[in-house]
Design a binder for this molecule. Structure first.
Ligand code: ADP
Ligand code: MG
Length: 409
């Protein structure tokens, strides 16, 4: 049973068809289950010869663990088989291709789109981190997209890297050093923090169209990897300060100074709390209920704050909803909440002005509120942009107008 070569290998229970891709260690084929449902899957054929460090038995135990992992942003491993030469991983099929192709076709991604992908990647990494699993081979080729339209990111090819050192017995580097942390290439000593460097490279490539160490020759590449100069971010395209800050902290050569996993998950640009998910709508609705209550009680400032917090969840909820009719219903509701929030904003602003003029003791309270105002206004503005036109998702063209992120108070 040969996995390499031009003809797809034969595997009991499946019909293997076209080759989907070839990576560092394996060839992946599209396949159908020989059942009535004809379920489409992707089958990854790994040559046992490419395994080192650990025995095949250990790897098979590891695969058993991976089989139990279920996460919306991780490619599902459905089953596996093996013969004398190969291990066959039967996986969820991702029809949207990989992130590398997605970026290449668009040259660069708008910050808003790159952020949605980053948030989905962060969710997958948080889940793996909580299960003590490192990826160690993060790169756009290992990040798949569920569908061509409205794609969801799916992290692939993890859990193996620890059995497959990037260095072979002859100390030859396998895989692409463009995405590997400098300590992995230079010192051959590394830990989970290399994944954060790679996230920085992926985000950099998505925003600027090429990885930071892109070079014309191997000598230039080696010089860039070994250098101790800080990674410079191109001045164009213009990016938010939060985005640039995160890039700088991820692309820190010294792993000890690099942002930690906790720091990454809590970073405002990642903003995991507002990642589009099934819970976004529930959280938004709960907050609206509170807002309406405060509004009825005549507490305009509390109601405004709650409406704005709700809108921060409605935006990802709109993005997450795939059913067109339900999406339209949410959009209509959000329009009403925005109108009410705008009215409350005018009310609170005028009363705050008169209170400030009177030197009222409520001054401190209003000052506190004013501090939060840019965030509230941004929430209102983003929500208005979200309902004004179809949600900008990763499937959208780069030419689409970016939603305005700020609004003058
Ligand atoms: P390797 O371990 O050899 O790097 P990968 O798992 O990264 O192998 O797969 C190689 C390529 O095959 C990927 O870059 C992608 O283009 C394609 N591929 C892998 N898994 C799938 C899948 N589940 N659905 C669709 N395409 C896939
Ligand atoms: Mg790969």
């Amino acid at each position: 049973m040969a996995a390499a070569g031009w003809a797809p290998p034969r595997l009991p229970g499946f019909i293997l068809t076209e080759r989907l891709g070839t990576g560092t260690y394996a060839t992946v084929y599209k396949a159908y289950r020989k059942t009535d449902t004809r379920e489409v899957v992707a089958i990854k054929c790994v040559s046992k010869r490419s395994l080192n460090r650990a025995s095949v038995e250990n790897l098979l135990t590891e695969i058993e663990i991976l089989k139990t992992i279920r996460h919306p942003h991780i490619v599902e491993l459905k089953d596996f088989q093996w013969d004398s030469d190969h291990i066959y991983l039967i996986m969820e099929f991702c029809a949207g291709g990989d992130l590398s192709r997605f970026i290449r076709m668009r040259r660069i991604l708008p910050e808003k789109v790159a952020r949605i992908f980053l948030q989905q990647l962060a969710c997958a990494l948080k889940f793996l981190h909580d299960h003590n699993i490192s990826h160690l081979d993060l790169k756009p080729q290992n990040i798949l997209l569920s569908t061509p339209e409205n794609p969801q990111l799916k992290l692939a090819d993890f859990g193996f890297a620890q059995y497959m050192s990037p260095w072979d017995e002859k100390h030859v580097l396998r895989g692409s050093p463009l995405y590997m942390a400098p300590e992995m290439v230079c010192c051959q000593q590394y830990d989970a923090r290399v994944d954060l460097w790679s996230v920085g490279v992926i985000l950099y490539e998505a925003l600027f169209g090429r990885p930071p160490f892109a070079s014309r020759s191997f000598a230039e590449l080696e010089e860039k990897i070994r250098s101790d100069r800080a990674i410079e971010l191109p001045s164009r395209p213009l990016l938010s300060l939060e985005c640039r800050d995160l890039l700088g902290q991820l692309l820190e050569r010294d792993p000890l100074k690099r942002i930690s996993f906790e720091g990454f998950f809590a970073h405002p640009f990642v903003d995991m709390e507002h990642v589009p998910s099934a819970e976004s709508l529930c959280k938004a609705t709960d907050l609206v209920v509170e807002a309406v209550k405060k509004d009825q009680e005549g507490d305009a400032s509390a109601a405004l704050s709650l409406y704005c917090k709700a809108l921060e969840y409605f935006v990802p909820a709109l993005y997450y909803e795939s059913d067109a009719r339900r999406k339209e219903a949410i959009r209509a509701k959000v329009g009403q909440y925005i109108s009410r929030a705008e009215e409350l904003k005018a009310l609170v602003t005028s009363s705050s002005k008169s209170l400030l003029q009177q030197g009222n003791p409520a001054r401190e309270l209003l000052r506190e509120m004013a501090k939060d105002k840019p965030r509230l206004c941004a929430a209102l503005d983003v929500a208005s942009a979200a309902i004004a036109k179809p949600q900008p998702g990763p499937g959208d063209s780069c030419r689409r107008r970016k939603a305005k992120m700020t609004m003058t108070p």
